[in-house]
Design a protein around this ligand. Sequence first.
Ligand SMILES: *Cc1c(COP(=O)(O)O)cnc(C)c1O
Length: 370
Amino acid sequence: MQVPFFTFRDFPTGLQDQIESALVKESRRNQFILGTAVTKFEHSFSEYLGGTEVVGVGNGYDALSISLRALGVGPGDEVVVPSNGYIATINAVQQVGATPVFAEPEAQTFNITAATVLPVISARTKAILPIHLYGQPCQMKELLTLCTDKGLELVEDFAQAHGARYKGQTVGTFGKINATSFYPTKNLGALGDGGAVTTFDPQLANWVRQYHNYGQSEKYQYAMAGINSRLDSVQAEVLSVKLQHLNSLNQERQRLAQVYLQTLRGVGDLLLPVIPEPDMEHVYHLFVIRTHFRDALQQYLKEQGISTLVHYPVPPHLQPAYQNLGHQKGSFPVAEELAKTSLSLPLFPGMTEQEQQFVIEQINAFFEKV
Ligand SMILES: *Cc1c(COP(=O)(O)O)cnc(C)c1O
């Protein structure tokens, strides 16, 4: 049996038809840039998030760098980021001229916490930029308290966690200004690039609205030298359709995750995802297990026709791109350990019971042999 890591299927029933009719509608609308489709999506996503302002932008990376710029983060400032994060987050910090400073995640949750951030705060720290990695919310209460105590800004990267909740509040609404991506494989994914900035601060929202569209304040009036990073209208129309299914798609991910959690507990040396507090809702963008037999397990599953991925095999501080920061092997042992032991299993809405049972059987078979 072949089990893909991820695939788009017609799930829930009729979604594909709804997307196709949205595309036809948009192709006949004759608006193309920043029209009705974008405004409509911004409003519905705002409603979904609980009333925050939403500005659609070109992609998640732009959403991050624009958010940092909106706060005035720039050269001489330090921004705390996870040492195990996705590279885009760190690139965005570098792009605005600030210095990324790594905080270790907690191995159990893959996320940074107030306890791991505190030791790396300096007089130059301007902001903390946590990622709700793999769909699991960070422990926001302590992070927010830390920011208040130290006078720091909080910017969330919620690209992997659309719809995840911490104590009933949706991620993407905790920080002063926050960034997300609608990259196709994300929980809320477009059919191409897309992203958004969210904030409760109308002044910041206004700044972003001008900045992302060449700095335009009124037609042919430019308040600042802005950039071009706009959410595409066609993608916005697709996102409006998919947003209506986001909760049910997330529930499907959660149901599949529960099956893995119940059946893989105690198998071999596997460490399964841990939710550290009650009242936290993980949306399982990825289902990441840990094992010291990672490479052998991945190879074995591949031979059985099961695709898995490693998120991420090389931590940012060991990437050639970040040698300028002066870190080396051993600088961030938790991130390095996670990079060596993590494996993402197939999990996607529409995955069949047969497929999932096959994955579970083969993992069991592997550990019976080692
Ligand atoms: C996908 C992702 C991004 C970047 O999104 P793009 O739209 O590809 O630029 C940023 N941060 C995290 C955590 C992501 O998963």
